[in-house]
Design a protein around this ligand. Structure first.
Ligand SMILES: *Cc1c(COP(=O)(O)O)cnc(C)c1O
Length: 396
């Protein structure tokens, strides 16, 4: 089996699994309890927070543990929205290709009377700081732009966008779920006010993540109850998952450069191989993308059929995001970068990891070529393109 869907989730690392198991066995107390067993758990919790802070370039106090990236996105956006509303500021800027954990919160806020500007994305999959600056208004209370896109892997100019926001005194949140553990990040040096992350995207456990929020930002609590996480997130802490996340992040950050350069080489070879398929195109910038992300559109193909046939060949891939699969709408990300509907339907995302081998890359190239040819040969849509009844979107 070749696993090439690491943007959807990653396999837990041995370091993370060992940390989870050791914690479950030896450190099962409640961190809020005063007796020794609880205090040992409390120490493990704060130790995990400090180790994560060291990897992220923030202080430990700035980290609030959440159930994952979605919860962190919700908490960040609702915090900024409610803070803004108290000052009569109810305008939010974001982009058309955010994750649904951001877009759906914004839709909810629109129903509550907020105004949302979704910036267009350039066809290379990048939003500029200048676009953000031009969209700013007197009543803007939040800018939220993802660090790296989960479908096409393109990396946004976060430091520059943060600089614009700081100059205009507007809160800046970034959904960095695809970036943490894969790209070098410094919370304090990149003008970021709030940052979301999720462990299962960097070989940690599922159901755990964090919201990093600059000192001084009073987070809105979504889960109310006990005083855990300084009263910003009630509920007994998921300690095994938290220590597993810290172990996974430390390992990812320790090996970040080495992994990135190795994966970038493999990614480029995969792109080069798939580039040979006629009437197909890479989605998003060739250079400014995550080391592990490859995403193509092929004319005359249904993404779903492509995935099923690749699955038969033992290759796990994705078309669009996991959240959109199961629906027949084309990906909002591909539409945002200007792909026409009929092309957006024929998309394929292969997201590799540090464990992917050069042999697997060659197998993927051959298999995708075979499957695309096979599907086109039986597609009436493709026949129309070949006979000239329909115009090609891409050059050969
Ligand atoms: C996976 C993902 C999320 C959601 O994170 P969960 O921990 O699964 O809730 C949010 N944003 C992006 C960009 C993601 O890739």
């Amino acid at each position: 089996m070749i696993y090439a869907d690491n943007a959807a989730t990653t396999k837990m690392s041995k370091a993370a699994m060992d940390a989870v198991c050791a914690c479950m066995k030896d450190c099962w107390g409640n961190p809020s309890s005063l007796y020794e067993h609880g205090q040992k758990a409390k120490e493990a919790l704060e130790d995990a927070r400090e180790r994560m802070a060291a990897c992220l370039g923030c202080s430990a106090r700035e980290i609030t543990f959440t159930s994952g990236g979605s919860e962190a996105d919700n908490q960040a956006i609702l915090t900024a929205a409610y803070l803004g509303a108290r000052k009569g500021k109810k305008h939010i800027i974001s982009t058309a290709f955010e994750h649904h954990a951001v877009l759906h919160v914004l839709e909810k806020l629109e129903k509550e009377g907020f105004e949302v500007t979704l910036l267009d994305v350039h066809q290379d999959g990048i939003v500029s700081a200048k676009q953000v600056e031009e969209a700013l208004r007197e009543d803007t209370c939040l800018v939220t732009v993802m660090y790296a896109n989960n479908e096409i892997g393109t990396i946004q100019p976060i430091t520059e966008i943060g600089e614009v926001c700081r100059r205009h005194n507007v809160l800046f949140h970034t959904d960095a779920v695809q970036a943490v553990g894969h790209l070098p990040i410094s919370f304090k040096d990149q003008n970021i006010d709030m940052l979301s992350l999720s462990a299962h995207k960097f070989h940690g456990p599922k159901g755990i993540g964090a919201l990093v929020a600059r000192k001084g930002i009073r987070l809105e609590s979504l889960i109310n109850g006990g005083a855990q996480e300084r009263g910003k997130r009630a509920g007994t802490e998921n300690l095994p998952a938290i220590v597993g996340m810290a172990a996974a992040l430390e390992e990812a950050c320790r090996n970040l450069e080495e992994n990135a350069s190795r994966m970038t080489r493999l990614r480029n070879r995969l792109i080069e191989g798939l580039d040979e398929i006629p009437y197909g195109e890479l989605n998003g910038s060739r250079e400014t993308r995550l080391p592990g992300n490859v995403n193509f559109c092929f004319e005359g193909i249904e993404g779903e059929s492509l995935l099923l046939l690749l699955d038969d060949k033992g290759i796990c891939a994705s078309s669009g995001s996991a959240c959109t699969s199961g629906s027949l709408d084309p990906s909002h990300v591909l539409l945002a970068i200007g792909r026409p509907h009929e092309v957006a339907h024929g998309s394929l995302r292969l997201s590799i990891s540090e464990e992917t081998t050069p042999e697997e890359i060659e197998t993927m190239i051959l298999s995708v070529k075979e499957v695309v040819t096979y599907l086109r040969n039986m597609s009436p849509f493709w026949r129309d393109l070949v006979t000239g009844k329909r115009q090609h979107v891409f050059q050969q």
